[in-house]
Design a protein around this ligand. Structure first.
Ligand code: SF4
Length: 409
């Protein structure tokens, strides 16, 4: 290398280092924050174990976690500081839109009033404003040709297998299905769904979701997978689950041993904030990856939680370390009682603009707008082609450097 080339390289390297200096600062703070959250987690976990007179083995058992979900405000107040206003709002909203939080996820709630985990898990006064949304903006009701199917695309469909979740996220797009009671889809509806797939050979990809598909028993999961794998045209099977986030105890050896028999199995999880990436959740993801399951993350862009370029960048980096590929960032849907979470599309585009170039493509999910009425996903992207005349394009780079490119005939 010539001296001149080295000099140019060093100047460029300095420029690139400067381009992520703000993120580097953010990362240092996030690491301190994670340590604080870990302390809160440890102490609240002890408090919960004391209260339930439970052991570490109980804590690590997903049935125990489900049985002891916190579902009423009086009990909640014993573990999480709540103002009088918060207490009253939660009590009132829970009359129509229940909440339930696994002890594990409850332990992750930080001290701040605007703590992201608290906002994701606990009802707030903003949910009273139901007038700006619809119960079912995706019109899923009109996309159910048989059993408990949702079919919106030519070659793939969903089977809704349950309405149960370890934690009822306050931004849930399917909150209308949460209802008053927990129930799994009947075997009859599951069989009708499987029969529909048998009779429609263009269906090559089946997504099991709900609710949370990993809330089914191991036996029921095994049954569904066995039946689906008897159908030659079903190439891949996917699960939609937030259990690695809200109750990682569900990712047991028995479960992954069942799943790996039916490869290829894809698991889409739903981390929204780096505060959700605990040692337990990372281990759960690693266990799945070690057993050949392919992991992707679907985050939802939520105001006050993750509509921040550095939060998203850091989350995506933590996901990759746990072998989960950031797959989608969804623009939140206009569901009644959740519209306070919806940021501006402009904010989502700014995040995408920030990520491109500053981090590797592996850490960049696709930003998706779900068209109302069941018209499907549309990717949203910053504009990189500035103009186009004949076969000449004016294109800007991630650093806003403008180049001209002429295509050869
Ligand atoms: S886990 Fe999924 S389906 Fe369940 S409440 Fe959360 S967003 Fe809704």
């Amino acid at each position: 290398m010539t001296k001149q080339a080295r000099k140019i390289s060093l100047t460029r390297a300095k420029e690139l280092k400067n381009a992520i200096s703000n993120y580097s600062q953010f990362k240092k703070q996030a690491i301190i924050h994670e340590k604080d959250i870990k302390k809160i987690y440890t102490s609240r976990k002890e408090q919960l174990l004391d209260y339930f007179n439970a052991t570490e083995d109980d804590w690590n058992n997903w049935h125990w976690q489900m049985k002891n979900r916190i579902t009423d405000v009086k009990m909640l107040k014993k573990f999480v500081p709540l103002s009088k206003d918060e207490y009253e709002a939660i009590e009132k909203i829970a009359e129509t839109n229940r909440f339930a939080v696994s002890p594990y996820y409850l332990s992750l709630i930080g001290d701040k009033e605007t703590d992201p985990i608290k906002m994701l898990a606990l009802p707030s006064r903003a949910e009273f404003h139901t007038e700006l949304g619809k119960e079912d903006p995706m019109a899923e009701e009109f996309t159910n040709p048989a059993g408990s199917i949702t079919r919106r695309y030519p070659d793939r469909l969903i089977i809704n297998v349950t309405n149960i979740c370890a934690m009822y996220c306050r931004h849930c797009q399917r909150r209308r299905l949460i209802g008053e009671t927990d129930h799994h889809t009947s075997l009859d509806d599951i069989n009708k769904s499987i029969n529909y797939i048998k009779n429609n050979p263009e269906i090559r990809d089946v997504l099991l979701t709900g609710g949370d598909a990993f809330l089914l028993s191991n036996e029921r999961i095994n049954y569904i997978l066995k039946e689906l794998r008897k159908i030659d045209h079903v190439e891949i099977i996917r699960f939609g689950t937030r259990t690695p986030v809200t109750m990682p105890q569900r990712i047991t050896d028995e479960l992954v041993n069942i799943l790996k028999k039916y490869s290829p199995i894809y698991v889409n999880t739903h981390f929204n904030h780096y505060q959700e990436m605990t040692e337990e959740s990372k281990k759960a993801c690693e266990k799945m990856a070690n057993n050949g399951l392919v992991l992707g993350n679907q985050a939802v862009l939520l105001k006050g939680i993750n509509n921040d370029k550095y939060v998203m960048e850091y989350l995506n980096h933590q996901l990759l370390k746990a072998r989960v590929r950031p797959y989608y960032i969804f623009h939140a849907k206009r569901v009644s009682g959740t519209t306070h979470f919806i940021p501006k599309i402009e904010e989502g585009l700014e995040i995408m603009e920030h990520l491109r170039g500053r981090t590797s493509g592996l850490a960049i999910p696709t930003y998706i707008f779900n068209s109302p009425g069941g018209l499907g996903k549309t990717p949203l992207l910053p504009k990189y082609i500035m103009s186009h005349e004949g076969n000449t394009y004016k294109i800007r780079t991630w650093e806003n450097k403008v180049i001209e490119y002429t295509e050869k005939d």
